[in-house]
Design a protein. Structure first.
Ligand code: CU
Ligand code: CU
Ligand code: CU
Length: 508
């Protein structure tokens, strides 16, 4: 065992002891909060900030019809975070990264370059600047030069990704971020996120003013993102600056009676957002995998890391300021359980317009009936002390196996069929479960937020990331479609992925 390894193991044992102590205290007290939270709600209501801005669009460098070509360079750059200029890890020097916009049927070419400077090794033993790229939510091949997260790129390396979008559904909203096991959490935390938008095939929503909202939190220290601690890897790291497109409480203008379409991605490491807009419903028209049949009115929309939602908002006819908030949500860890945060302010002003909500959007969105005699897979998510040859250490696992570069639980699937995945959470925290390549429909959720459960188990929603509630479970219908190859599924609290809550999915 190396010295670094020994220190690492010792520190995890200390964290584990703390964790068990707190868990026992919690059970005795009957509270709902695992760590880092106290009783009572903290209202975080920053002054209204700058005008709302969409992230910049990545220019298409190709003049060939049906080809979108963009450059993405991972590099450190100064970014204004709520008045402080901080050195973030960025794509092309901007935060959030530039939005990539494509259509179904396009070929997307990404000329990727890793210009992150060497800055030592992290506590998992990886050089901090080793990175790669995942196009989260794309139904594309997971191998070769497509969405292949098994590739890693060192400093100065370049690579050309080519994604064939001919089988990807139209009208969904995705994001891209790094995915090196052991480095993903720190790099996303430091700013490496961007949106990837696939245009609608239907004209039903074309008339509405549309905006993208990239939700991300961060904490800074000495003009840089704060470093991860051991407990951050257990709890998932939350930040004290919460931003929409890099802005704190930006002001978005709407006309009285106007309908706007907001495509929202939770690009945070661990923070969940229980969204609520004062005096307004949020009409959900799309989820991770595409558009729904019709709008679903919700008073709150819960979004865990990795999830996206596409909503329509119809402004009231009463002029004034309305707060888009993240309401307290207890995911079993983190200060957010007791925080009520103003994310953005809607300013309803100007002359009224009359727009109405569509009654139907995507008639091809249907809930599938479950085929008979299909394989049922069981995946169990755990945190805690895992036994090992060298004694126990704090880690995360799927079916008892802590993912590493040399071992992983592997699910073998046959291309072309359907499967039921039963995902059990045997821990005191929620885990947003994400599978690559294929979107799934949610058959059942046991536990957690009622409106989240009701929407996803009744609407014809396609999902690649679903919250598995603490000590609860989720049942998914997973089509194994179109693409063979080796890929992964994991918890999208990226700290948990980095400490082992990931498995291999071998599709043949
Ligand atoms: Cu992701
Ligand atoms: Cu997790
Ligand atoms: Cu992933």
């Amino acid at each position: 065992m190396t010295k670094r390894c020994a220190i690492w193991r010792l520190s995890w044992i200390i964290v584990a002891a703390l964790w068990i102590t707190q868990a026992m205290a919690m059970m005795g007290g009957g509270g709902g909060c695992m760590m880092g939270c106290s009783s009572g709600v903290t209202v975080i209501d920053p002054p209204r900030g700058r005008p709302f801005q969409d992230p910049p669009l990545a220019p298409n460098l190709s003049t060939t019809p049906g080809v979108v070509e963009v450059n993405l360079e991972a590099k450190v750059a100064p970014v204004n975070v709520n008045g402080t200029v901080a050195n973030l890890q960025t794509y092309n020097g901007v935060f959030p990264g530039p939005t990539i916009r494509v259509r179904r049927g396009d070929t997307l070419v990404i000329n990727f370059r890793n210009s992150l400077p060497f800055s030592g090794y992290n506590m998992h033993g990886y050089p901090r600047n080793l990175t790669n790229l995942h196009t989260h939510g794309l139904h594309v091949s997971p191998i070769g030069n497509s969405d292949n997260v098994m590739l890693n790129f060192g400093e100065g390396e370049s690579f050309q990704f080519v994604y064939d979008l001919s089988l990807h559904p139209a009208g969904n909203f995705n994001f891209y971020h790094p995915h090196v096991h052991g480095n993903a959490a720190e790099q996303v935390w430091a700013g490496l996120v961007g949106a990837l938008e696939v245009e609608d095939a239907t004209p039903m929503l074309a008339g509405y003013e549309t905006h993208l909202l990239v939700l991300k939190d961060i904490s800074l220290s000495n003009s840089a993102p704060t470093l991860h601690s051991n407990s951050d890897f257990m709890n998932g790291k939350e930040g004290n600056v919460v931003m929409v497109n890099g802005l704190v409480n930006p002001v978005l203008t709407m006309k009285p009676g106007q309908i706007q379409r907001w495509k929202i991605v939770n690009a945070s490491n661990a923070r969940f957002y229980k969204l609520n807009l004062a005096n307004h419903n949020l009409h959900v028209v799309g989820t991770d995998g595409g558009l729904l049949d019709k709008p679903y009115a919700q008073s709150t929309v819960l979004l865990s890391p990795g999830e996206r939602v596409d909503i329509l908002v119809k402004a009231t006819t009463t002029k004034g300021y309305y707060k888009l908030k993240a309401l307290p949500y207890n995911r079993g860890a983190g200060a957010s359980a007791n925080q009520e945060i103003t994310l953005m302010t809607v300013n309803v002003t100007g002359s009224a317009v009359s727009q109405s909500l569509p009654s139907s959007i995507n008639p091809s969105a249907v809930r599938l009936s479950v085929p008979s005699n299909i394989p049922v897979r069981q995946l169990t998510l755990r945190m805690g002390m895992m036994g090992g040859m060298m004694g126990g250490s704090m880690s995360a696992s799927i079916n008892g196996i802590v993912y590493s570069d040399t071992s992983a639980f592997t699910l073998n699937s046959t291309l072309g069929g359907y499967e039921i995945w039963e995902i059990y959470n045997q821990s005191m925290m929620d885990h947003p479960f994400h599978q690559h390549v294929n979107h799934a429909q949610v058959l059942a959720i046991n536990g957690g937020d009622a409106s989240y459960r009701n929407l996803l188990t009744t609407a014809p929603a396609w999902k690649d990331t679903v919250i598995v509630p603490a000590m609860g479970s989720v049942r998914l219908l997973v089509p194994v479609k179109d693409f063979a190859g080796l890929t992964v599924f994991h918890c999208h609290i990226l700290e948990h992925e980095d400490i082992g809550m990931m498995g291999l999915w071998d599709i043949r």
